[in-house]
Design a protein around this ligand. Structure first.
Ligand code: SAM
Ligand code: SF4
Ligand code: SF4
Length: 352
């Protein structure tokens, strides 16, 4: 991972996908390995960096239910992606736990041949009641977003009436249900960066992995300013000064470091300061079935239309393969170079 990797290094020469003719390589030789599935564009939080209340207020037109992919349609698409090399699936949104009976979808995806890892990203507010059913259905792990452990700060950052206690209860329930827990924190300078060490201590004490994520210029509504980005290197130094850290390598998009005293590990996602486009093997599926090949892509490919036109499995797979074959996205590497000033879809819609 990281900007040090070259595009040629992404593929191992012995990788079976390189030569077997199924063609799931993009224009920069990156294979298709993981899929984020957004199951809804709705959310019960209004985090200003994602769904600012001014723009996602009572008048906002969320997608009608009939527009959403059904569980059967999602399952069919996941099978098509799996046949092209996807082994990791993450369910997200919006807030995925707002989608009724999500555990039913989890069970179907968990049973899909080729899917080895199935995870979920949630704000945790509805987790306490669902954790056991999700775990029983075959969910492998869970990521809970948590930007502050201060009740008032939390309320402001999530712009919600849901108290912090409810999210902490959800985290505890997930752990009790046997799900490994990661905590995602988006750190912003002058906003919540003074709570960093509290979050580190909270995670360490409970055996969770904290991942600190750089604030990104996703979407067009969050008023991103680069000054608020706290670069991972700085975050790591701040933690290291109190709890010495040692590198253990990279995992997907995160750099992993362990605490020298043996009390676990933490991760850093440096999307802004150290882009990892060279090794980006991720596709995104929106709740209405559009395939996006980059978090910053301006348009998607309508797979729902293919599905609902009565396409065979082969035709569906060919549509995905064809789109992946022409992928050349590497927005984070081009950021700041005037790469794209076109309006980008919001993260809550795309599936963060
Ligand atoms: N609602 C769920 C949640 O909050 O975990 C899942 C969807 S949310 C869009 C997924 C992740 O995107 C969250 O961890 C959130 O912190 C992150 N996110 C949203 N806007 C972001 C931004 N501008 N920069 C970095 N991460 C962001
Ligand atoms: Fe909702 Fe997640 Fe976006 Fe916050 S980050 S508004 S919880 S979708
Ligand atoms: Fe992948 Fe696009 Fe992010 Fe680069 S900017 S790492 S291509 S999602």
């Amino acid at each position: 991972m990281g900007c040090s990797g070259t595009y040629d290094q992404v593929m191992d020469a012995t990788d079976p996908l390189r030569d077997n003719g199924i063609g799931a390589l993009d224009k920069l030789s990156r294979p298709l390995r993981d899929l984020r599935v957004s199951v809804t564009d709705r959310c019960n939080f209004r985090c200003p960096y994602c769904m600012p209340r001014e723009l996602f207020g009572p008048d906002h037109a969320f997608l009608p239910r009939s527009e959403l992919l059904s569980f059967e349609e999602i399952a069919r698409l996941v099978r098509a992606f799996a046949s092209l090399g996807v082994s990791k699936v993450r369910l997200t949104g919006g807030e995925p736990l707002l989608r009724r009976d999500l555990h039913v979808l989890v069970a179907t995806i968990a049973a899909t041949p080729g899917i080895e890892d199935l995870a979920l990203t949630t704000n945790g507010s509805l987790l306490a009641n669902q954790a056991q059913a999700l775990s029983d259905a075959g969910l492998k792990r869970i990521t809970v977003s948590l930007d502050s452990l201060d009740p008032e700060r939390f309320r402001a950052l999530a712009d919600t009436k849901v108290p912090l206690e409810t999210v902490l209860g959800g985290i505890a329930a997930a752990s009790a249900a046997g799900l490994p827990v990661k905590l995602n924190t988006v750190l912003r300078r002058g906003v919540n960066d003074n709570g960093l060490l509290d979050l580190v201590d909270f995670a360490r004490a409970r055996g969770h992995t904290l991942r600190v994520i750089e604030y990104m210029d996703v979407g067009t509504t969050n008023g991103w300013v680069r000054d608020e980005v706290v670069p991972s290197a700085e975050v790591r130094e701040r933690v290291h000064a109190v709890h010495p850290l040692e590198p253990i390598g990279d995992e997907g998009t995160a750099e992993r470091w362990r605490f020298a005293d043996g009390t676990g590990e933490m991760g850093f996602v440096s999307s802004v300061s150290k882009p990892f486009c060279a090794t980006c093997t991720r596709a995104r599926l929106t709740a209405v079935g559009e395939l996006f090949t980059c978090l910053f892509a301006t348009t998607g490919t309508d797979l729902r239309a293919v599905l609902r036109s009565g396409a065979t499995d082969e035709e569906l797979t060919a549509a995905v393969r064809g789109r992946w074959a022409i992928r050349d996205d590497r927005y984070s590497e081009q950021r700041g170079a005037g790469a794209t000033d076109l309006p980008k879809p919001e993260m809550s819609y795309l599936g963060g």
